[in-house]
Structures are given as structure tokens and as C-alpha cells.
Design a protein around this ligand. Structure first.
Ligand SMILES: *[C@@H]1O[C@H](CO)[C@@H](O)[C@H](O)[C@H]1NC(C)=O
Ligand SMILES: *[C@@H]1O[C@H](CO)[C@@H](O)[C@H](O)[C@H]1NC(C)=O
Ligand SMILES: *[C@@H]1O[C@H](CO)[C@@H](O)[C@H](O)[C@H]1NC(C)=O
Length: 229
């Protein structure tokens, strides 16, 4: 191997390590951006001397169905043209989609919903999209709330990205509120939701793909160099 080639390979490996390294650190934190968002919410509540909320996977699964009800229509989120799925959808569609009996539904005491074309990480989603006015602060610091569920989903594997957080005053840690039938969390991909101890990177798979592609292309370029020299 020539010196120049060795140098090139080292540089490329370094770029690859840098490109994938950032994705790895992020994955180690929770492996799931929805869990990360709940962590941000609970840290903020703790800093304001409020008890943490139980991360209920059933409630979070319902938050994901809530997002899906918008069918990718960002324009229907918030603002004067804002729409809300009818209350009846919770029992008729969202709960069954999650494998949750309607009788297990507890009151929803608050919701955060946001949508934008650019993907952001949980702390920015929290402070820049979801919690931006007094009304959302009142929900965040709700004294009666005991549990929370968060979800996010890209549309057709990309932009726009929806975030949804639902709060409930139901009895946490019991197998009654938002309990999955048979006790097993139901996956309803695409999209990620919190509390189910699963890895999910649904909304930003591309960041890992980028690393792999970069590696593959650099490998190809290196091989070409190797053969031509
Ligand atoms: C909690 O979140 C709110 C809204 O983003 C922010 O204004 C406040 O500074 C945060 N509190 C702490 C202690 O980080
Ligand atoms: C909290 O719970 C109490 C007692 O159940 C109720 O009277 C009150 O209206 C609730 N507050 C909110 C903000 O939901
Ligand atoms: C909840 O737990 C009780 C006792 O552990 C059990 O009898 C009941 O069937 C459970 N309910 C559900 C919905 O899993």
C-alpha cells in the first residue's frame, strides 16, 4: 500500500467513525426517541418539585394512533384550522388498534401535539414544538396527572414528523388503565411509542443509513484506488 492510500483510508475510517459515533451515543441514551421525550418531561417536572409520571406503554400506543388519525396532514395540527379526532375514536379505533379493551381507558387530562417538516431530537421537540405557551405549561405541571405516554412518527418514512404526548390521571402501575390484553405491548409500526422497553428509531433511520452508505461508498472508492495504484 502506498503512503497516500494508507492516509486516505485512515481519513475515511475516521470520517466513518465520526459519522456513526454520533448516532451511537444517541442510541445508547434510550434507543427510543419517545422514551427520551418522557425522560425530558419527567426531568422538567422533577426540577419543578413535581412527582415523575409513570410511562404507560398503553397510553403511549394510543398517542401513536392519535397521530395516525391525522394521516400525515400537518396543516390540521394546531392553529385556526386545527382539527381533533372525535372523542369516540379512543374507544372505537385507538384502543382496539393497540389491543386495549375500551373498559381499560382512563381519563385523558391533557395532550401535546406538534408537527413539523424538520426532525428534531426530544429536548428540542419538548421546548420548541410541544411546550410553548401557558396552556402547555399548565398541562405539563398538572397536579392530578399520574401517567404519560409519548409517540412520534414520520410520514412515509420521512417528513413531516408528528409528536404526541398524552397525560392521564388514571391509576398508574395498575394493570387496569390502558392495559394491553394479555399484558403484551402491541407494536403498531410505523412510529415509535414510549414505555414498552423497545428499541425504535422509526423517525430517523436515515441517520444510521447515512453512516452505512458513507462507509460503503468510501470502501468502494478505497478499493478503486487500491486496484488502480
Ligand atoms: C421546564 O420546561 C419549560 C418549558 O420548556 C422551561 O421554560 C423551563 O425552564 C424548564 N425547567 C427546567 C428546570 O429546565
Ligand atoms: C384534580 O382532582 C380533583 C379531585 O379529584 C378535582 O376536583 C380537580 O378538578 C382536578 N383538577 C384538574 C386540573 O383536573
Ligand atoms: C389484573 O390483575 C388481576 C390480579 O393480578 C387479575 O385478576 C386481572 O385479570 C388483571 N386484569 C387484566 C386486565 O390483566
Amino acid at each position: 500500500m502506498t503512503k497516500a492510500l494508507r492516509f486516505l483510508l485512515l481519513t475515511l475510517l475516521f470520517i466513518y467513525a465520526a459519522a456513526t459515533g454520533s448516532a451511537d451515543t444517541q442510541l445508547k441514551v434510550t434507543d427510543n426517541p419517545a422514551d427520551k421525550l418522557v425522560a425530558v418531561i419527567n426531568e422538567n417536572r422533577t426540577a419543578h418539585k413535581l412527582p415523575t409520571l409513570y410511562d404507560n406503554p398503553g397510553l403511549a400506543c394510543i398517542a401513536l394512533q392519535y397521530i395516525k388519525a391525522y394521516e400525515g396532514d400537518c396543516g390540521a395540527v394546531g392553529g385556526s384550522k386545527g382539527k381533533k379526532p372525535p372523542e369516540s375514536e379512543f374507544a372505537e379505533t385507538f384502543a382496539p388498534n393497540c389491543g386495549i379493551e375500551a373498559s381499560a381507558l382512563a381519563p385523558i387530562t391533557g395532550r401535546f401535539l406538534g408537527c413539523q417538516s424538520k426532525y428534531v431530537h426530544a429536548p428540542e421537540a419538548f421546548s420548541e414544538i410541544l411546550v410553548r405557551n401557558q396552556k402547555s405549561l399548565d398541562i405539563l405541571y398538572g397536579k392530578n396527572d399520574t401517567q404519560v405516554g409519548a409517540a412520534l412518527m414520520g410520514t412515509d418514512g420521512g417528513s413531516p414528523y408528528f409528536w404526541c404526548v398524552l397525560f392521564s390521571s388514571g391509576k398508574p402501575n395498575s394493570n387496569t388503565s390502558f392495559a394491553f390484553e394479555g399484558g403484551v405491548a402491541k407494536t403498531t409500526r410505523p412510529g415509535c411509542y414510549s414505555g414498552a422497553n423497545d428499541e425504535c428509531s422509526g423517525a430517523h433511520d436515515w441517520s444510521q443509513l447515512n453512516g452505512i452508505w458513507l462507509f460503503a461508498t468510501t470502501l468502494l472508492i478505497s478499493l478503486e484506488f487500491a486496484f488502480s495504484s
